[in-house]
Design a protein around this ligand. Structure first.
Ligand code: TAP
Length: 481
């Protein structure tokens, strides 16, 4: 039923995106055909085929690694100030082409345009600006007086923040003098291929960045390639463990950014309306496809009923639908496979006795959709409280004391992030000290900045990305490689 406050459709035009029917691999500064079988990438909101891309095979990966090795000789010897000019140029081109990139990201990934436009793409540009600033100051980063690049870096990224994850990986690698072979996720290759065009536009020397599209097998070929010096991986804990096993005993370095099951902890003295916004942002931002999502709400028992009532009222105002509509809050689930996983775990939640609730909302007929969902009456042993759902599903638990909140928050195999909502500064500091999580947000959630290191404890992986700490993952102080 329409109300006087309904929003009129406000679709962003997709005319700005110049899609090719098919794309090759980006190796040695050029697009080449590749040997593997082509596959289609679709828009998850409509199931429309957007383009065909190549599944790179071992020979393609080998060609990319060889190109990166050749380029490493001159790129690693170039002065930091010269390298910085390329990073600045890339950052500025990302800004100049921001609208085009944002539309393409929303088309291929399904995320709302207001998120790709206001978060993903500006933050991607910020990573290149930030690391451009480091390129000629590495000796002052406090790492060691004589830092050197590692060599050829193999990078494998997931589908939830395609261009942003690419930037997290490529910007520090290039700033520190490494060269790169990167594989985007199978379902979201298009902004990585657009980034390859940006490398050409920036006159980046051939071979410094190579982009090979494909599925898990292509990623595995990168990980196993003997001439790759370091692997930087973001993705699931299962694949992260496989990678750790594969490279064990080799000289390769590795950083793993894996899954999470973060606690968002709300104390009775918190500013409740602000906390409600933080809860919503924590789990429904990017359809909950966020490794550090606040997927477990821990709310103090004395305010639980009030918080849940206000939360439900707020969720009733979220708009689910066309990712390209500027008013959309929640877009499409990235793939049929991810939708099936979210549905399965939600059914398990009901079967295990939790109470399921979603606001009334009409979902489009085509594409992959899931209504925002809240589970109450959740206990710590249930799968929805333990496993990463990676979708718009919140599990609500309660606590009475700060000690109980800490015990419950840390009762997880993961340790990527956490949120604390309270008026008390001393409690924030105490909680941050107790929580086994790489990032702890206080009275906010899901804030990202290139100056701030990000990474996990336990099964959320190891190594840090971003900030001064993130540089460490791309340099050595040992002999030349
Ligand atoms: P994965 O299935 O692990 O995929 C991640 C990347 O690895 C994709 O490019 C994937 O290719 C590739 N891959 C798959 N099997 C591989 C193998 N055996 N060897 C090498 N590469 C392989 O994860 P996903 O489903 O795309 O992403 C969701 C997961 O990523 C979630 O668990 C989430 O928590 C985690 N994540 C973590 C972070 C951080 S910073 N910690 C950030 C974002 C996401 P295909 O695309 O073809 O499968």
């Amino acid at each position: 039923m329409s109300t006087p406050f309904d929003y009129a459709p406000a679709p962003e035009s997709r005319a700005i995106v110049d899609l090719s029917p098919s794309y090759g691999l980006f190796i040695d500064g050029e697009f080449v055909d590749g040997h593997g079988t082509p596959f289609k990438t679709i828009s998850p909101s409509t199931e429309e085929v957007l383009a065909e891309v190549v599944e790179a095979d071992e020979a393609d990966v080998d060609a990319a690694v060889k190109a990166a090795r050749r380029a490493f000789r001159s790129w690693s010897r170039m002065s930091g100030a010269e390298r910085a000019k390329y990073l600045f140029r890339i950052a500025r081109i990302i800004q100049e082409r921001a609208r085009e990139i944002a539309v393409l990201e929303s088309l291929d990934n399904g995320k709302p345009i207001k998120e790709s436009r206001d978060v993903d793409i500006p933050t991607a540009a910020a990573h290149f600006f930030y690391h451009a600033g480091w390129a000629d100051k590495l000796e002052y980063a406090g790492l060691a007086p004589d830092v050197r690049p590692l060599g050829v870096v193999g990078q494998v990224i997931p589908w939830n923040f395609p261009l942003l994850m690419l930037s997290w990986k490529i910007a520090p690698a290039l700033a520190t003098g490494n060269t790169v072979v990167l594989k985007p996720a199978e379902t979201t290759p298009l902004t990585a291929l657009l980034f390859a065009q940006i490398c050409q536009q920036a006159d980046l020397p051939p071979g410094v960045v190579n982009i090979v599209t494909g599925a898990g097998g292509t990623g595995q070929a990168i990980v196993e390639h003997p001439d790759v010096d370091k692997i930087a991986f973001t993705g699931s804990t299962d694949v992260g463990k496989q990678i750790a096993r594969t490279i064990a005993g080799t000289r390769k370095r590795v950083t793993l950014e894996l899954g999470g099951k973060a606690a968002n902890i709300v104390f009775e003295d918190a500013a409740i309306d602000q906390a409600i916004e933080g809860i919503v942002n924590g789990i429904f931002f990017n359809q909950g496809h966020v490794c550090c999502a606040g997927s477990r709400l821990l709310v103090q028992e004395s305010i639980a009923d009030d918080v849940i009532r206000r939360l439900k009222r707020r969720l009733g105002t979220l708009r689910v639908g066309d990712p390209l509509d500027k008013n959309t809050d929640i877009g499409a689930i990235n793939s049929a496979a991810q939708l099936a996983k979210i549905k399965e775990l939600s059914e398990v939640g009901e079967a295990e006795g939790a109470t399921r609730w979603s606001p009334p909302c009409e979902l489009p007929e085509r594409g992959f959709w899931f209504a925002p969902t809240v589970f109450t009456d959740v206990s710590q042993t249930q799968r929805i409280a333990r496993e990463e759902i990676f979708g718009p599903v919140l599990s609500v638990l309660t606590f009475r004391t700060p000690q109980e909140a800490v015990a419950k928050a840390n009762n997880t195999p993961y340790g990527l992030s956490a949120g604390v909502w309270t008026e008390k500064g001393s409690r924030i500091l105490w909680m941050a000290d107790q929580l086994r999580a790489g990032v702890v947000w206080a009275n906010t959630f899901n804030r990202f900045d290139p100056t701030s290191p990000f990474g996990g404890y336990k099964e959320s992986g190891y190594g840090r990305e971003g900030g001064r700490h993130g540089l460490e993952a791309y340099v050595t102080t040992g002999g030349t490689r």
